[in-house]
Design a protein around this ligand. Structure first.
Ligand SMILES: NC(=O)c1ccc[n+]([C@@H]2O[C@H](COP(=O)([O-])OP(=O)(O)OC[C@H]3O[C@@H](n4cnc5c(N)ncnc54)[C@H](O)[C@@H]3O)[C@@H](O)[C@H]2O)c1
Length: 330
């Protein structure tokens, strides 16, 4: 099957070509993102493969359908960038990779927590310059701290297990209760109590209309003074301006982000010789207690192998008319 990749990078080409030896699809890789200007490039392809910041809204899907596209294969778990209703109307099927190494994202979450706490990023630069002073590097024991996890799915649960290993008290909130919560030792807690009792809050729920700006002026007001906030899920879970206001008053004392609401204009590209126009993002960067990575939590060899393997299997299943286990229903 002819498959056109949008927003592809060298690592996509490498992992997908390797995995494709078992499938023999024709894979064509484009670096440009999918949007209303690029959708026409899909002519001659029955499937397109897209990533987190490609825009598959109704207009783009209509253009894809006109080129003969019948399948949108997401090479990620989240699907908030696809208009599922429009896809259904156009007869385009949408598949995704619901699970691929939850360890990749959970472990990156811990990397952000530990770096913000023990300031290893600052220590690294100091030591490089022969500065061995400890002023400003003091952290706290993670052992005994209360961590609140919002969203206890695959990634949230792995994060909880790791935190239990550190000796943390783990509070968790989800819209669904599962037996595993007790087994891991997670205390199921409604949001108001989770906000008021947690020293660290980490987000692991999907972006939906219900979770959009879940972290806002009101929810921040009910959090502990000096809280650490971590988001490795989706940028728009957080109202960035409200978080900046709370950083300025030190109500939030640490912020770790792997995702950002307006990341589509920034992340995955080398902009080091450009002037970044996003003033909100630049304000975030100016705080020394804010640590930002550019949506790299998923980026491990294990996760990339899993993503390529499941995506190509999804495409093969579509081609051979099998039931699509990873289809996203509207
Ligand atoms: N930064 C990255 O590289 C990266 C990589 C993969 C996934 N993600 C993000 O992580 C999120 C979680 O991934 P996952 O694999 O654990 O997904 P998952 O579907 O296994 O778990 C999500 C959990 O959130 C819960 N949930 C849904 N609505 C909620 C709400 N309103 N409040 C609280 N909980 C709610 C669900 O019930 C589910 O248990 C994804 O949605 C995606 O946005 C980020």
């Amino acid at each position: 099957m002819n498959v056109l990749f949008f927003s592809s990078k060298v690592y996509d080409t490498e992992f997908f070509n390797q995995s494709n030896t078992r499938h023999k699809h024709t894979l064509n890789f484009l670096e440009v993102p999918l949007n209303r200007n690029t959708a026409v490039l899909a002519k001659g392809h029955e499937a397109v493969c897209i990533f987190v910041n490609d825009k598959a809204n109704a207009e783009v899907l209509q253009l894809l359908a006109e080129q003969g596209v019948r399948l949108v294969a997401l090479r990620c778990a989240g699907f908030n960038n696809v208009d599922l209703e429009a896809a259904q109307k156009l007869g385009i099927k949408v598949v995704r990779v619901p699970a691929y190494s939850p360890y990749s994202v959970a472990e990156h979450t811990l990397a952000l927590i530990l770096t913000l706490n023990r300031k290893t990023h600052r220590a690294y630069n100091r030591v490089k310059e022969g500065n061995f002073a400890l002023n400003g590097l003091m952290g706290f024991d993670l052992h005994g701290k209360t961590v609140g996890l919002i969203g206890l799915g695959k990634i949230g649960l792995v994060t909880a297990r790791i935190l239990k290993g550190f000796g943390c008290r783990v509070l968790g909130y989800d819209v669904i209760k599962r037996d595993e919560f007790d087994e891991i030792g997670i205390e199921f807690t409604e949001l108001p109590a989770l906000y008021s009792e947690s020293d660290i809050i980490s987000l692991h729920c999907p972006l939906t209309p219900q979770t959009h700006h879940l972290i806002n002026k009101e929810s921040i007001a009910s959090m502990k003074q000096g809280v650490m906030l971590i988001n490795t899920s989706r940028g728009a879970l957080i109202d960035t301006k409200a978080v900046i206001a709370a950083l300025k008053t030190a109500h939030i004392s640490y912020l770790g982000l792997d995702v950002y609401e307006e990341e589509a204009d920034l992340f995955f590209e080398d902009l080091s010789d450009k002037v970044i126009q996003d003033d909100v993002f630049m304000r975030l960067l100016s705080f020394n207690n804010v640590l930002i990575t550019g949506h790299q939590a998923f980026f491990t060899r294990n996760a990339m192998e899993g993503i390529a393997s499941v995506t190509l299997q999804n495409i093969s299943d579509f081609e051979s008319g099998k039931m699509l286990a990873n289809q996203i229903a509207n």
